[in-house]
Design a binder for this molecule. Structure first.
Ligand SMILES: [Zn+2]
Length: 400
């Protein structure tokens, strides 16, 4: 597989130079004005102008007269925005879900080109994951007439913590056979491109940081509420991995030491009460057939008392768990994702009430500046694959 000259140029920016910082910042933010670039990078406007001139000459960045999001361009005079040249490269995000694989293809201006999924049997092997994802990637490039030479890198969202030292999946209790696998290496061997693998909840947090409700907020906590419970911690705009890659695994906070056994081997974990796996299994048995999270939400929206109670009960325990999390981290923002977040206020209202009861720093304290905001995900609980694209975009301009 051949790299395009522009792709090579993207990774040849010497680290720390104004040009490299501009490339990194545009990779992370998409379109920006020169003023925004100066503010974010901390570089003088004159330095930005000089570096931009050289980047334009080499066709790395282009200008357009588009409105800058969140800022009025002024009467009759649109702001000139700067983006990386979309021809510089494309990025791929892959979500290795429990029962499906999703692939998103995007360009360096953050435009999503394609989004496709394939259903998988549960506990599929890493080798099957690489084969299926590679085929989806190849189809995406072919359908849109793009050359895979433009592929800058691939981000992989995987269910399980990844050891930051050796890149191996630590303990994927959802997909037990994957423990010890270096999934990034498996993909790299086939795709021969830079590959970055991250925990699924960490990827969701990156999507919120780059495009969602955490945009502009460098310190926040992400809570995944789905069949299982996960989470992520973002500090100063960076993911916190922890010593073993398990930072933010809120689902395994012990709520009741005498409670039932969790899939992690411990007893009474938060996920047993705030995840939908157990209540949904009981409800499905009572209904005489399988019921999905989406079914529970739509029935709850229609007024079904049992489904509403199921969501409310998980919210109550999640609020207690968040009380513990915020006692340690005191974040200004908690973003709630996972499919259960699609229930909106049916989940968030009781969650906020429970959080108020169980936390020291409350949402409605005497000083609004110190409140902890709890918001639903911007991506209907499906931001992980987009966040995997974000991993690659955030690596633009860094040596790779
Ligand atoms: Zn557990």
């Amino acid at each position: 597989m051949r790299h395009s000259p522009l792709t090579a140029l993207l990774y040849k920016q010497p680290e720390g130079t104004p040009a490299a910082r501009i490339v990194q910042t545009l990779g992370e933010h998409g379109a920006l004005s020169a003023t925004q670039l100066a503010r974010i990078t901390g570089l003088a406007k004159s330095t930005i102008s000089t570096a931009l001139a050289s980047l334009k000459d080499s066709n790395m960045v282009i200008e357009g007269a588009w409105a800058v999001r969140g800022k009025s361009p002024g009467a009759g005079r649109p702001a000139i925005t700067i983006t990386l040249n979309p021809e510089v490269g494309t990025c791929v995000g892959v979500l290795l879900g429990v029962e499906h694989i999703q692939v998103i293809l995007a360009d360096v201006t953050h435009a999503v080109i394609s989004d496709a999924s394939t259903a998988m049997n549960s506990d599929y092997t890493p080798r099957e994951a690489v084969a299926v994802a590679s085929k989806l990637i190849e189809q995406a490039y072919k359908s849109y007439g793009l050359s895979t030479d433009t592929m800058l890198g691939v981000g992989i969202a995987v269910a399980g913590p990844i050891n930051p030292r050796d890149g191996k999946i630590l303990r994927a209790s959802g997909v037990p056979t994957w423990a010890g696998v270096n999934i990034a290496e498996e993909f790299k061997r086939v795709l021969r491109r830079p590959v970055i693998a991250e925990n699924e909840s960490n990827c969701s947090a990156i999507a919120e940081l780059m495009w969602g409700v955490a945009k502009g907020c460098d310190d926040f906590v992400f809570l995944t509420m789905d069949m299982a419970v996960g989470g992520a911690v973002v500090l100063r705009g960076q993911l916190v991995s922890g010593n073993a890659g398990a930072a933010g695994e809120f689902g395994h906070i012990c709520i009741d030491p005498n409670g039932p056994q969790c899939r992690c081997g411990k007893r009474g974990c938060l996920e047993l009460y705030a995840g939908l796996e157990r209540p949904l299994s009981r409800y499905s048995s009572a209904q005489g057939g399988p019921v999905t999270i989406e079914d529970v939400i739509s029935r709850a929206v229609e007024g079904d008392d049992v489904c509403r109670a199921m969501i409310r009960d998980t919210a109550h325990v999640a609020g207690r768990g968040l009380g513990i999390v915020t006692s340690i981290l005191d974040p200004g923002l908690v973003v709630v994702g996972g499919r259960l977040a699609m229930a909106g206020d049916l989940l968030l209202a009781p969650l906020r009430t429970s959080f108020e009861t169980h936390s020291l720093v409350r949402q409605s304290g005497p000083n609004p500046d110190t409140d902890t905001q709890i918001r639903g995900s911007a991506f209907s609980g499906r931001g992980a694959c987009l966040g995997a694209v974000g991993l690659v975009l955030r690596s633009c301009g860094r040596s790779g």
